[in-house]
Design a protein around this ligand. Structure first.
Ligand code: PEP
Length: 251
């Protein structure tokens, strides 16, 4: 069985003081939950602060993005070598990066390979836009994102994939558990074709898109959903802690 992972993506939110307060409010309760890997993904500038606060707990740390090159003239970017040793996970190909910053599947693939080479665990985000779902293209879009995103990757053991339909992110319009499960089966199939059924069966597949206290258990009950990538609700210590506790009941 894959590990259950609940990851909080803080996006571009929190001052340093707010980041510190948020971690202090939930750290002990998150640390006490068993059977779930809990992961906080604060903005780059808070990674070190949050790492210090999480030291000695079971709560893991992730970055929200990364450039594929290890160093050089890429003003404003952060490299795999900078993240190595600071955090364990890195979110790559989030739909906000794809939609707002023009990231292509090929660029995301370069990041995934660079993350793996640096010993980081990539959380590859995939998901279709509303018009693609309405046009019956959702599976094909996601299969392409997974296929190109993992080009040249030979070992799936460090990989996490998050299915985040664009129309469900930050909208309050979460995908139904059936839609999530169906897409996870598609993703699992694409992973099996590339890495074999055993490796595909071990890869944690997360659902993301308006996950909250009220719906997390529905996703956790789906056989191919191994956790969640949580945006808005991860900024509320009480709500996020409860989400992790509820997910643990099904792990
Ligand atoms: C996200 O940012 O990855 C996300 C899923 O956001 P939200 O939970 O707010 O929809």
């Amino acid at each position: 069985m894959p590990t259950t992972i609940i990851a909080g993506n803080w996006k571009m939110n929190t001052t340093r003081q707010e980041a510190r307060a948020l971690v202090e409010q939930m750290r002990d309760a998150l640390d006490a939950v068993e059977g779930v890997t809990t992961l906080l993904c604060p903005p780059f500038v808070h990674l070190e602060t949050v790492a210090d606060l999480l030291r000695g707990t079971s709560v893991a740390l992730g970055a929200q993005n990364m450039h594929p090159e290890s160093s050089g003239a890429f003003t404003g970017e952060v490299s795999p070598d900078m993240l190595r040793g600071l955090c364990e996970y890195v979110i790559l190909g989030h739909s906000e990066r794809r939609e707002l910053f023009g990231e292509t599947d090929e660029f995301v693939n370069a990041k995934v390979r660079a993350a793996l080479a640096a010993g980081l665990r990539p959380i590859l985000c995939v998901g279709e836009r509303l018009e693609q779902r309405e046009g019956g293209e959702a599976d094909a879009v996601v299969e392409r994102q997974v296929g190109v995103g993992l080009e040249g990757v030979e070992d799936a053991s460090a990989l996490v994939v998050a299915y985040e339909p664009v129309w469900a992110i930050g909208t309050g319009r979460a995908a139904t558990p059936d839609v999530a499960q169906s897409m996870m089966a598609t993703i699992r199939g694409a992973l099996a074709a590339r890495f074999g059924a055993d490796a595909a069966g071990e890869a944690p597949l997360l659902y993301g898109g308006s996950v909250n206290l009220g719906n997390v258990e529905e996703y956790a009950r789906q056989p191919d959903v191994n956790g969640a990538l949580v945006g808005g609700a991860s900024l509320d210590a009480e709500a996020f802690t409860k989400i992790v506790q509820l997910a643990a009941r099904h792990s």
